[in-house]
Design a protein around this ligand. Structure first.
Ligand code: FES
Length: 779
């Protein structure tokens, strides 16, 4: 046991034993928990891999070596972030390895007094300060820094472009983020070398395990960092005019002297330089290393810069610069069903959350088109979410935009990666790359010009998730229905999908994209299949596909995404399809059969000739398929079909609005949520001129937003730097859902079930609004 063990151990093991027998590991601590040591190289290298066993078997465990409870699953970690009262951030900057008396004395000589900062402060002080200091972080304010970021990145690439082999960290990825951070904070560019040395000392001092003989040197480094931060602050005080967050803070001190105090500014100066720089530098090194180790991803972003924002989010998810963060329980509580005593310390491994397969399909696949990559927790969540997240995104996007244009032939050199041993930050110390300068595009192509690749922050980035596929085959299922089978261009596996999932198909240059449910076999990873009904009255999307898609043609798609999830635990399923609505139902039926679930399919259409896939369905499902063809007089009678509820039954339905309304009415006496429907279209348009403005209170972030009458809640959230995923932006897909805590919602989506609407606990922010003057949501 190390000296860092928590005090609870002195009064006995904090694990709720619940009568369990003593294990060979000494108490009811599993072998995995007993062996857990985040200073091991395996944790430094791939933290998500190191705790895979825990994510799968023991998601919350007590580590006797560390003296912390370790939390590894996405939902549990998000719940901890969300509740910053029960889970105080006060220990976020506490030294994980206690200082030796000599180190304490050295720090004292420098007057080191790092205190509360935005990272480790409790409420109510934290939100009060955050609000006062927030303005320079809004999307609008951040855009003013974009030219500076571009200029810097370009200048650094200019310096080494003819060298052919460099350590990118040494040549660029450490200094550029630091210079950007200094600009952002309003600090003059000087003492950069000293800052590098000192910030490394700060990492080791706070989150590392310095050996006793190293502690004195580390303490001197931290002390000097503290002194330098104070000197810079004093310099800025003499002239606090002009841009920069610290200067803004100094000016705000005049209006809010009790909120922005002297000691707070000094702590924030050191913490701000460090936090913003360390995270962005590590994130940059991780991102370059990741994309270069996946040559097809690198090639894709070289060929299509529109993929860069999505690639950045996937890099942040797959290998973010934050491996873990810390919290302390302020009361006896539970995390993931495990009892946690008051005073216990928690290590929340966000790198593990980002690889939780309950949140991310196929999480260990690096997929730059992953639709929900931006749900990662690398920036934290809630009131303590990283304020500088969008500055980091901007730096990463500009960096990849520049490198892909100017060095598309760059490769990773042979090397062994090393990491600074610590529990919180993750990033390689060096990234050696090589290329042939003779092949630099600017040498080879006299007409070469560097483009400014647009930065996307705080906006829907549909293009960022696009992928090109080749149509392998088409097949007319009926006179109006075309089936398409699509494969990856390089023949590689496509991301997995589950029944109910859809993809978006871009209909050439028409500017139209259409959503189609996947109807093939989810077990097949090499291809996607959709069936497209030609809609004569439509906007032209389906017509384009019917006329243009041929075997061999290329299509641009997005997804898959699934907002019509099939519950694999149900005992009995009734699947109801009308017309082309058979597509998601077909995949569900296949899955139900594979799982041995009791199921029946009711499939309605005008005539058998018009109904897609009938013979295939018949062959696969036999008597479980009930066909209702209008021209045979066998219309589905939902009232009698669903006259009585059979316990444990779930209904899934997809079809025209009329059919879904009839089903809703026929099942009003069934338990809430027995019926889950997928709509083809949004309901009748609402007259937006009647919209009223309202207040949106964000409980987790402690903010109050004004949603103007001509603005959606989603737009207001984005403007305030709050991440909310979105996709369709018309109430169809469910991506932008948030939890509602107070206030009545005027629902305008077609995603929620009747009972979900009545429960008033969720809303789609892209279209739904407050029915009154105010809503309180989780965010
Ligand atoms: Fe699709 Fe809001 S973004 S429902």
């Amino acid at each position: 046991m190390t000296s860092s063990s928590i005090s609870t151990q002195s009064s006995g093991c904090p694990v709720a034993h619940m009568g369990s027998t003593v294990r060979s590991t000494g108490c009811p601590v599993s072998a995995g928990a007993a062996a857990f040591d985040p200073f091991e190289p395996a944790y430094q290298n791939k933290p998500f891999e190191y705790v895979r066993w825990a994510r799968e078997q023991e998601p919350v465990f007590f580590s006797p070596q560390l003296g912390y409870w370790v939390v590894t699953r996405y939902d549990d970690i998000k719940a901890v972030f969300r509740d910053n009262i029960t889970f105080s951030p006060s220990i976020a900057l506490e030294k994980i390895t206690p200082a030796t008396p000599e180190a304490v004395e050295i720090l004292g000589q420098y007057g080191y007094a790092m205190n509360r900062t935005l990272v480790n402060e409790d409420e109510p002080a934290h939100m009060e300060r955050r609000r006062v200091l927030m303005e320079p972080f809004t999307a609008e304010a951040l855009r003013t820094h974009e030219p500076m970021v571009r200029r810097l990145v370009r200048e650094y690439v200019d310096r080494f472009i003819d060298q052919g082999r460099i350590d990118l960290v040494d040549e660029m990825l450490w200094e550029v983020p630091l210079t950007i951070v200094l600009h952002f904070l309003g600090i003059p560019e000087e003492d950069m070398g000293r800052l590098r040395e000192y910030s490394m000392a700060h990492t080791v001092n706070t989150w590392g395990r310095p050996r006793p003989e190293e502690q004195a040197a580390v303490a001197h480094g931290v002390g000097k960092f503290w002194t330098l931060a104070g000197e810079i602050l004093e310099k800025m005080r003499r002239d606090p005019s002009g841009p920069g967050w610290m200067k803004f803070g100094i000016r705000q001190q005049v209006s809010y002297p009790d909120v922005v105090t002297d000691s707070y500014l000094h702590s924030m100066m050191m913490a701000g330089i460090f936090a913003a720089h360390e995270t962005t530098a590590n994130a940059s090194a991780n991102a370059v290393k990741l994309v270069l180790s996946h040559p097809s991803a690198w090639q894709d972003i070289c060929e299509d810069a529109g993929l860069i924002p999505g690639a950045v989010e996937e890099c942040l998810r797959f290998s973010g610069s934050i491996a873990a963060w810390r919290r302390m329980a302020t009361a006896d509580t539970q995390v993931g069903g495990v009892s946690i005593p008051q005073g216990a310390k928690l290590l929340i491994v966000v790198a593990s959350a980002n690889h939780d397969d309950a949140r991310f399909t196929n999480p260990d696949l690096f997929d730059i088109r992953r639709p929900n990559a931006d749900e990662h927790l690398t920036f934290g969540y809630g009131s303590h979410q990283c304020m500088g997240k969008n500055l980091a995104r901007m730096v990463l996007q500009v960096l990849l935009g520049e490198l892909t244009q100017r060095l598309p032939h760059m490769r990773l050199a042979e090397q062994t990666f090393s990491y600074v041993p610590n529990i919180a930050f993750h990033g390689p110390e060096h990234v050696w790359v090589q290329w042939n300068p003779a092949l630099n595009p600017e040498r080879v192509n006299p007409a070469f010009q560097i483009r400014d690749i647009p930065v996307r922050i705080g906006e829907a980035a549909k293009q960022a998730h696009e992928r090109s596929v080749r149509v392998e085959a088409t097949h007319a299922l009926s006179p109006g229905i075309l089936r398409l089978r699509m494969v990856a261009i390089d023949g590689a596996a496509l991301p997995r999908w589950t029944p109910g999932a859809h993809i978006d198909v871009q209909c050439g240059q028409t500017g139209i994209s259409r959503q189609y449910s996947l109807c093939g076999d989810p077990a097949e990873t090499g291809a996607y299949e959709i069936a497209v009904l030609k809609e004569a009255e439509g906007r032209g999307g389906s017509r384009w596909i019917h006329e243009q898609a041929r075997a061999g043609s290329m299509l641009t798609i997005r997804g898959p995404r699934n907002h019509f999830q099939f519950d694999e635990k149900v005992r009995r399923v009734v699947l109801v399809a009308g017309g082309i609505g058979i597509t998601p139902i077909q995949a569900m039926a296949r899955r139900a059969k594979a799982l041995g679930i009791d199921y029946v399919i009711h499939y309605s259409g005008r005539s058998r000739a018009d109904m897609a896939c009938l013979s295939e369905l018949d062959a696969l499902h036999g008597p479980r398929l009930v066909v209702h063809a209008s021209d045979e007089g066998s219309r589905a009678d939902y009232r009698s079909l669903f006259a009585s509820y059979v316990p444990g039954t779930q209904i899934y339905a997809c079809g025209p609005a009329r059919m879904l309304e009839a089903l809703e009415q026929a099942t009003t006496h069934w338990p809430a949520d027995s019926l889950r429907s997928e709509h083809f279209h949004v309901q009748a348009a609402v007259d937006s001129s009647l919209n009223q403005a309202f207040e949106l209170h964000l409980k987790d972030s402690g903010l109050v937003l004004h949603v103007a009458a001509d603005q959606t809640a989603l737009q207001a959230l984005r403007e305030a730097n709050i991440d909310v995923p979105s996709d369709c932006c018309e109430g169809l897909c469910g991506s932008c859902e948030v939890q509602v805590l107070e206030g009545e919602v005027e629902h305008r989506d077609v995603v929620l079930t009747r009972s979900e609407r009545e429960a008033n606990t969720k809303m789609m922010t892209c279209c739904s609004r407050a029915a009154g003057a105010r809503l309180v949501i989780h965010r």
